[in-house]
Every structure is written in C-alpha cells, then in structure tokens.
Design a protein around this ligand. Structure first.
Ligand code: LLP
Length: 466
C-alpha cells in the first residue's frame, strides 16, 4: 500500500506495521502512538488512564472517544516548561481549540495555565463557559461576523484582525467611551512548508491575513485609530509540520515586522508564532519534540531581537494538534466483514468518516490495535471500513491486526485533534460520546447524541404533516 500522509510524504504501509504487545515488558514498538498511560493488563486487554478500554465501551457505548488527561496535561506542561527554559522574556501558550473545542478540554488547558485560541463565536462561547479568563482568549477568523466581533469586544478578549474589512468593521463598532479594542494583526509571511495543501496557511496565496506588501498601509491605518489598541502581530504557516526551518524563518520575519511597527509609533509587545508542530501518527513520522520546536523558535527570536536592538516581546504560540492528538483514541466495535479473494478483506466498524473525516479529507494515515487482543499475533492485513454510504469511507488501508471477530474493540490512535471537532452527522449518525480518563476514573465529557438530538433542529411545516 502507498498512502499520502499530510506531510505529502508517501509511506509504504507494510514497512511500518505495528507490532503486538510484549507482555513481558508491557510495551510495544508503537507505544509512542498511544497515550502515555496505555498499558496491557490481564495479558491481552488495553488500559488507558487506569481504565479498561473494553469496559469503557460497555459502560459508555461505541464508538467512544477516550481522552487521557495525563497525556494532555503533560503536553501542556512540556510547552510551558520549554518556553520558561529557552525564552528570556514573557511567554504564553494558547491552545488552538479548533483541534477539539469543548468545555472539559478548554478547562483542562486553562488549568495548566494555557490561554485559548478560538476561531468562531461558538468556540469563544465555549471557552468563556468553561471559565477561561477573557484576557487569555484570542479570537481568530478570516470572516468574523459583526455579532462575533461584538461578543469578543464585550467579553474583553483580544481580536486577531485578519483583513481590511474587519479593521473597518471594528472601527465602526467601537463605542467612543469604551476602552480601545485590543487587537493583534495577522500577517501572511510568505513561507512555504511541506504539508497537505489544505492545511497550509503561510504562503502568499492564502485566504488568511494581511498581505505583507500592505504592511505600511496597515500599520499607518492602525496607528491612527484611537479605537484600536494594537498589541502585536500574528502568523501561522500551516499544520502537521515536521521541519523546524519554516518556523525559524517565520520567527525571523516576525521580528522584522516588530521593528517596522515601531516606526509608526505602534507599541507592539506581543508576537504570536502560531502553531503547526506535527505529531507521530505512524511509526515513520519523525517530528521534532515540543522542546526542540520551542527551543528553535526562541533562539531565532532572541538572536533577531538582539541584532535589531529590540526588547523581547511577549512570545505567544498556539499549538493544537501537538497538545491533544496523541492524548485520545477512538474505540469502535467491529461488525461485518467482506472477504474478496485475492483482493482484500474489509472489516467494518460502527463509525467512520463522520467521527474521523481526516482520512477521506486529507488521505491521513492512522494505526489501530484491538483492545481485547493486545498480545495476540498480528496475522491479517485488512482494510478498516467505516459504515457510511460512501466507498471512500475507509479509515485505514492495510491494517495489520490479529484475527478479528464481530464484537472486538478496534482502537484507532492519535484521534484527539480534528476528529470530534470536524465530526458530522453524515448519514444521520449520532456523534459519539467522549470520556476523559485519569487514575482509574472515567468521566463523560461529551454525551452521545441520540436520535431525538438528530431531529431537534428539524421543523416539519404544517402543510407537510399528514
Ligand atoms: N493557529 C492558527 C491560526 C491555525 O489556523 C491553526 C490550525 C493552529 C493555530 C493550530 O495548528 P496545529 O498546531 O493544530 O497544527 N483540520 C486539519 C488541520 C487544520 C489546521 C487549521 N489551523 C487537519 O485535520 O489536519
């Protein structure tokens, strides 16, 4: 099998197949793909956060997103600690909540001292309801509505202004007696990076941010608006990036913006380098560690500021995927299968593109294990098919698994980012439940949708009723 990973790199699946669990060492070569607390108990059963996965499915139903609190907290701490270690100025990590925005996840990130990046009124509302302090919330978006901007201003969050239309709208909305609106400016740095074209944002031909050629005009305009308090600049170059160089180039470019802003009398004190650090979805993926990524950026910014004789800005970053992807797995129940002799065997699960649209959208590659057969030999290569009425609804091509039967629990790893947040009700499948697990305790954080939920927004006009 050859499949395209978001990095654009071709992976030959057979080279990187997962191994079964070694019960002598209680570890497996692909353990890095699982949450930190994953272990095998009673010879064959997968446990996460001290909870047996098959029991979680019995208790909360299937499919089920299982979020390991320790892995998420550990990633938050790694970012925080790395900035503390490598950056001499003030820093703030924001969780890019588009990766998975819900009350519990926002609350965990905030409790680790992280701020939250939101991109819509809905994400903003959720972060506020989760108790996140508005001064640590940043609202993004290339086409924010008036209502979203008003909610942001009234809540006191920072608006990351993306374009001229938005700047003019902000000036229009601003009330003469109110405090100036705290904004940052999103600029397009013109940096290419190797990732799937849909998740690349920093190149010049991007829908996001001001064109750097407009810098002079933008800084002039903003410096003349008493209604706007421009505190910083922002850029984000893309997602699932393994190279360090593009982020280092970005950091250098941003320090030049900082220097230029001073010429317009703007007191820019914050610099947000965005997110984008990739994660390991399969064995051959080799992203830098969080610490390496942070160190690389801090070094460039500190050196560039020293060269320009600029004080160090408050350094913001907004990782999403690298904070939460590995912390979550999705457990499915295996049902039907179809053997096509000499061609392939399809093994179907009770979810698919509605709970994980990444394979069909970006040809993303995932790995899976069978939670009730962790140390069984891997004897079959199968195609994991979703249950949607769509031939492309394949979660994993050529998964090497133990012999499976209906009722087995298939666990797909690395599903914390852009799975629940991109989930849909395609074919009117109710969205799965999600639990957070820690120290043997499992708590529901997202209730499973019911059929009643599915028709809650439906209206049947009187004339169509029988
Ligand atoms: N900041 C901004 C402005 C962003 O647009 C993004 C992601 C992030 C931060 C967080 O990037 P991360 O650290 O998660 O790479 N749905 C796609 C990913 C889209 C990313 C959108 N922006 C996927 O499933 O791969």
């Amino acid at each position: 099998m050859v499949s395209t990973h978001p990095t654009g790199v071709q992976h030959s699946g057979s080279q990187y197949l997962p191994q079964s669990w070694d019960t002598n060492t209680n570890s497996s070569p692909n353990q890095e793909l699982l949450p930190l607390t994953a272990r095998v108990h009673d010879h064959d059963l997968l446990e996460i956060g001290g909870c047996d996965v098959t029991t979680l499915v019995e208790q909360f139903g299937s499919p089920l997103y299982i979020l390991d609190e320790e892995t998420l907290r550990s990633a938050c701490q790694q970012y925080r600690d790395a900035f503390k270690q490598y950056y001499k100025g003030e820093s703030q990590v924001l969780y890019a909540s588009k990766a998975w925005n819900c009350l519990a996840v926002c609350a965990i990130a905030a409790s680790e001292g992280l701020g939250i990046d939101v991109v819509s009124g809905g994400e903003l509302y959720t972060a506020l309801q989760a108790g996140v302090s508005p001064d640590k919330i940043y609202l993004h978006g290339n086409n924010k509505s008036r209502e979203e901007l008003i909610l942001a201003i009234e809540s006191g969050v920072t608006v990351v202004a993306d374009n001229w239309y938005e700047l003019h709208t902000l000036v229009e909305i601003a009330q003469p007696d109110d405090r100036a609106i705290r904004i940052m400016l999103r600029l397009t740095p013109g940096i290419e990076c190797h990732t799937h074209e849909y998740i690349r944002t920093g190149h010049l031909d991007s829908k996001f941010g001001f064109d750097p050629n407009d810098l002079d005009e933008v800084f002039t305009f903003v410096s003349q608006q008493p209604a706007l308090n421009c505190v910083g600049v922002h850029a984000h170059i893309g997602s699932q990036i393994f190279e360090r160089q593009p982020h280092q180039d970005l950091a250098a470019v941003m320090v030049q913006w900082l220097r230029d802003a001073g010429k317009y009398g703007l007191k820019i004190t914050e610099l947000n380098v965005g997110g984008g650090l990739g994660i390991k979805y399969i064995e051959s993926d080799d992203p830098p560690s969080i610490e390496e990524w942070v160190k690389a950026i801090c070094e460039v910014i500190q050196a560039a500021c020293a060269a320009e004789n600029l004080p160090l800005p408050k350094l913001l970053s907004e990782p999403g995927r690298s904070l939460i992807a590995t912390a979550c797995v999705t457990a499915y129940t295996i049902g039907s299968s179809k053997v096509i002799p000499e061609i392939r065997t399809y093994v179907a699960i009770d979810g698919g593109m509605s709970d994980n649209p990444r394979p069909i959208t970006y040809q993303s590659v995932y790995r899976a294990v069978v939670a009730n057969k962790m140390s069984s030999p891997l004897t079959q290569t199968v195609t994991i098919a979703g249950k949607h009425c769509e031939s492309g609804d394949i979660l994993i091509h050529n998964a090497l698994l133990p012999k499976t039967e209906p009722g087995d629990i298939l666990v797909v790893m690395g599903t914390g980012a852009y799975n629940y947040s991109m989930a849909s009700n395609y074919n009117r499948l109710p969205r799965p439940a999600a639990v957070v697990v820690a120290n043997g305790e499992a708590n529901l954080i997202l209730q499973r949708e019911t059929y009643e939920d599915l028709i809650r927004q439906d209206r049947l006009p009187e004339r169509l009723k029988k």
